[in-house]
Design a protein around this ligand. Sequence first.
Ligand code: HEC
Length: 109
Amino acid sequence: MKTIKPVILTTSLIITAGIFADDAAVFKKKCGACHTLKNVSSAKSGPDLTGVASRRPEEYVKLYMTNPAEAKKKFPDIFAKEIKGKFQFSMPAQKLNAEDTLAILNALK
Ligand code: HEC
């Protein structure tokens, strides 16, 4: 028993780190051209998204990725306070499959 625990712990740490690295890579590829994410990208066309999935409702963040116009309509208060008038252009809707959406959501927590 004494040796099994550290092995399990090490394995799960490696798996967790692996998942995070993948999530960040998906973000970098799909969103990194416009958005900052701490330790991943530093683009400034759009808002800094570090921790955005913890600061805002999950439904909002999910919707914004593939349908920003709808997200703004459904969450008008967030849009008015945080986004409106602060950026040069509106975010274009992104094409994402369910797997990528989940990975990006993880990276933004
Ligand atoms: C071509 C540039 C571009 C790309 C690519 C892009 N965005 Fe954006 N994004 C923006 C801009 C500009 C805004 C703010 C202006 C607006 O939407 O009206 C924004 C706003 C957002 C917001 C609202 C932030 C807040 O503080 O409420 C979220 C969430 C978001 N983007 C997520 C993403 C995700 C996730 C991806 C990748 C799947 C992505 N964006 C890809 C340009 C981009």
